[in-house]
Ligand binder design. Sequence first.
Ligand code: 5GP
Length: 315
Amino acid sequence: MLRDVLRQIEQRDRFVLTSHARPDGDAIGSALACCQVLRAMGKRADVVLHDGVPRVYRALPFADQVMQANRIAGDYEAAIILECDSIHRTRLEGLENRFLISIDHHVSGRPFANVNWIDPHAVATGEMVFRLAREAGTPLSPEIATCLYTALMTDTGSFMFQGTNERTFALARELVLAGADPSHCARSIYFAHSVAKMRLLGEALRNLNTEGHVGWTWVTQEQMERWEAKEEDCEGLVNYVLSIGEIEVAAFFREMPDGRFRVSLRSKGKLDVARVAEGFGGGGHECASGCSVDGPLDRAVRDVLELLRGGPSVQ
Ligand code: 5GP
């Protein structure tokens, strides 16, 4: 599939790249890096994201060139969609009738594009962009390496999540050799939070519940408004629940303006949370997944917990 993707790229000149709404480090890092790889191949390429670049990723090379929009407009010959299982997850209009190339590493990845390169063995989509760069013979600049290292570091939970293996470290080594600075990459992400996020963490910890090996918490719209917190300030709060010793699986519920709830699910490895999320129309990985469920809060918690209590174990 990699060769197929490269062939399709070689045949065209003008590309738009995008990823999912509420982009995480892998979405941003792999889109920025892939854009630079295309430019190094002599192509014209832009990155367009529905939600723009979250605060913690704004220091990444070329992040200031990302366009925030609701719609893709322009004479692009193809769109490269990273980390998505559908056009819908980009929340962008104007992709429908374009030539689409999908690059994704989720187990729940679906072949929705004209060309689909889905590799659940890759620990991050950034790993796939690295392979694309190598196959294309593009030199790895320190800027590309920095974007890819950030993708790798964030999607492996700082090299802690299941799936992290010797290939992950071999790739990290290559990226550091190419000019990525690990402490700089880590500092600008893990030591760059907003005060609002810390306030929200306080609320989430006050709302913490545990029941056997399952832990969950939530934040409401009212709490988010009180601290002027943004969606991106909720990123990673679920990990505080998972950090409790006896907890095997954690859920974080964020109330959305329409009264539904965004759910982040995390597992230490015994329970497959991708399958739980898929049950609600979402997806992700065995150990990290997400979905949206109907409110009110009691119902959202009840519905999700029902599946988490006796949920599917990892095969
Ligand atoms: P998060 O909880 O950080 O939003 O998402 C965790 C993982 O699940 C990420 O890899 C993300 O891409 C995936 N994910 C989250 N929400 C959805 C969703 O609604 N659909 C799909 N297919 N994947 C999701």
